[in-house]
Ligand binder design. Structure first.
Ligand SMILES: NC(=O)c1ccc[n+]([C@@H]2O[C@H](COP(=O)([O-])OP(=O)(O)OC[C@H]3O[C@@H](n4cnc5c(N)ncnc54)[C@H](O)[C@@H]3O)[C@@H](O)[C@H]2O)c1
Length: 255
């Protein structure tokens, strides 16, 4: 049990990666608070995970008061917070910059950048009160590379690397480590939506060409591929790891 007695908050906890990591964290002995916009999906996720050592919080990460409530609820349920995973994210609309609408850009920034910023604002002091712990932000391969038609998403995932670096400086003295995980595309809803936006009607061909040309390991990731790295960064085994970008991309960024 590598996370015994840890309390872990996961935003976007009803999503595909959020629920996959929750299952693994629970198996490693942690308690989890899952926060998400979607209350019905939260309830279904909790049921599928067995409901034990799980608290739920319906919240919008773009709202400051909701971020405060997420941490307060976790402390009320489990006595404190050791790990915060800023995982909630949206892909936005695909298309060249010249066709993007300002309001769609703002929507992506609100969830993907303002969300983790406000999350850390409340999680950092709570984790410091426990004597230290870990903050993990979900960036992406799109946080270190650009791409046609994905500018708002890519910008938002670059921005959280800046957030991570500043937060790592601010948290170090109190033992709060802060890192990003940067996955390659993972087989699921979000990447299918991106493919549909970029290449409507030709999603499968687009995927095949992208995998062949861009991913040395020759496949998209699965959500479970992220689990080992997430457990490492959440656990005390990563006691000297802070301020870093952890690519989990099957070799994509090595090209
Ligand atoms: N899926 C991929 O291929 C991929 C690749 C790299 C990085 N990522 C990142 O990983 C994270 C998880 O992605 P996923 O594939 O599980 O996506 P997902 O769509 O399955 O899950 C995202 C969850 O976030 C929730 N959410 C959206 N807006 C919210 C808000 N304002 N407040 C609270 N919750 C909100 C959604 O309800 C959903 O449950 C995201 O940050 C994503 O950008 C995903």
């Amino acid at each position: 049990m590598r996370l015994k007695d840890k309390v872990i908050v996961i935003t976007g906890g009803a999503g595909e990666l959020g629920s996959t990591m929750a299952r693994r964290f629970l198996a490693e002995g942690a308690s989890v608070l899952l926060a998400d916009l979607d209350g019905a999906a939260l309830a279904a996720t909790s049921a599928s995970l067995g409901g034990e050592r799980i608290a739920l919080c319906v919240a919008d990460v773009g709202e400051e008061a909701d971020n405060a409530r997420i941490i307060k609820d976790a402390e009320a349920a489990f006595g404190g917070v050791d790990v915060f995973v800023a995982n909630a994210g949206i892909e936005g609309k695909m298309g060249p910059i010249a066709t993007q609408l300002a309001e769609d850009f703002d929507r992506v920034m609100r969830v993907n950048v303002r969300g983790p910023f406000l999350g850390i604002k409340y999680a950092m002091p709570a984790i410091a009160r426990r004597g230290g712990g870990s903050i993990i932000i979900l960036s992406s391969i799109a946080g270190v590379t650009g791409g046609n038609g994905v500018a708002p998403y890519s910008i938002s995932k670059h921005a959280v690397i800046g957030l991570m670096r500043s937060a790592a400086m601010e948290g170090a003295a109190a033992g709060v480590r802060v890192n990003t995980i940067n996955p390659a595309p993972m087989v699921g809803r979000m990447i299918r939506s991106i493919e549909e936006g970029l290449s409507p009607g030709h999603e499968d061909e687009m995927r095949a060409a992208y995998v062949a040309n861009s991913i040395p390991m020759g496949r998209y990731a699965n959500f479970e591929d992220m689990s080992g790295l997430l457990v490492l960064l959440a656990s005390d085994e990563s006691s000297f790891l802070t301020g870093s970008v952890y690519m989990a991309d099957g070799g994509m960024s090595a090209r």
